[in-house]
Design a protein around this ligand. Structure first.
Ligand SMILES: [Mn+2]
Length: 233
């Protein structure tokens, strides 16, 4: 874990703030999207997600905040499709307090959440000085510090013999932290070639100024995007 300002960045792709862990963009069911486009992939995502959450919960956190996009598909709400979400929420509900922040893929989530009266569902949550929100919409915020999801940041490097390495990463820019996608299947957006951010809340920020905290077995500070570009990695 790496301490930055008043938060901890963990290799499980979570930010720990006070006694809470914040993750984002689980995108359960993404396997189905890959399968539908002809890519054969076993449905292993839920197990992987639960394994990582077990590690996080073992740090003794009081509450887990899921900062948007629990499930990938947002056009339908078929019961069978949602079994992974129900299993995940059952697993969490028995162990920690849970708060889900609405993401752009979460339109149908409230239907499932009726089964879980203990789980909060919010547009935004304040924890200390931080506003925690997904970031896909522009909403009025009275906080200088933000924790966002939605961007799925990663950095992609190429070595001299053509090997390609991609690491999910946290970004820190203008008092804002951006979480990597918690999903083990999402490759993420390569910030070294991205020309801008998706979030309207980052419209005044430059990608070049973002500081990169890449995740492998541990969290590594790599400097700013502009530094990495200058190094030609
Ligand atoms: Mn999103």
């Amino acid at each position: 874990m790496l301490k930055v300002d008043d938060v901890l960045l963990t290799p499980q792709k979570a930010i720990i703030l006070e006694d809470r862990a914040i993750i984002s963009d689980i995108h359960l069911g993404f396997e189905n999207v890959l399968q539908n486009s002809g890519i054969s992939i076993p449905e292993v995502q839920l197990e992987d997600v639960i394994e990582n959450l077990e590690v996080l919960i073992s740090h003794g956190i009081e509450e887990l905040i899921i900062n948007g996009d629990v499930k990938h598909e947002f056009s339908q709400n078929l019961p069978g499709e949602w079994k992974d979400v129900v299993r995940l929420l059952e697993f969490l509900d028995e162990r920690v307090k849970v708060c889900i922040i609405r993401g752009n893929h979460d339109n149908f989530l409230p239907t499932i959440l009726r089964k879980f009266p203990g789980i909060k569902f919010e547009e935004m949550l304040m924890v200390g000085d931080y506003a925690i929100l997904h970031g896909h919409r522009n909403i009025e915020i009275n906080a200088g510090k933000l924790i966002l999801g939605h961007e799925h940041p990663s950095v992609k490097f190429r070595d001299s013999v053509g090997g390609v390495y991609r690491y999910p990463c946290f970004l820190r820019i203008d008092g804002i932290f951006v979480l990597p996608a918690f999903s083990p299947l999402m490759k993420g957006t390569d910030m070294l070639t991205a020309t801008g951010f998706l979030s309207p809340l980052l419209k005044d920020s430059r990608v070049e100024d973002a500081e990169v905290y890449a995740i492998e077995d541990k969290v590594m500070y790599l400097g700013k995007i502009s530094d990495l570009k200058r190094l030609g990695v």
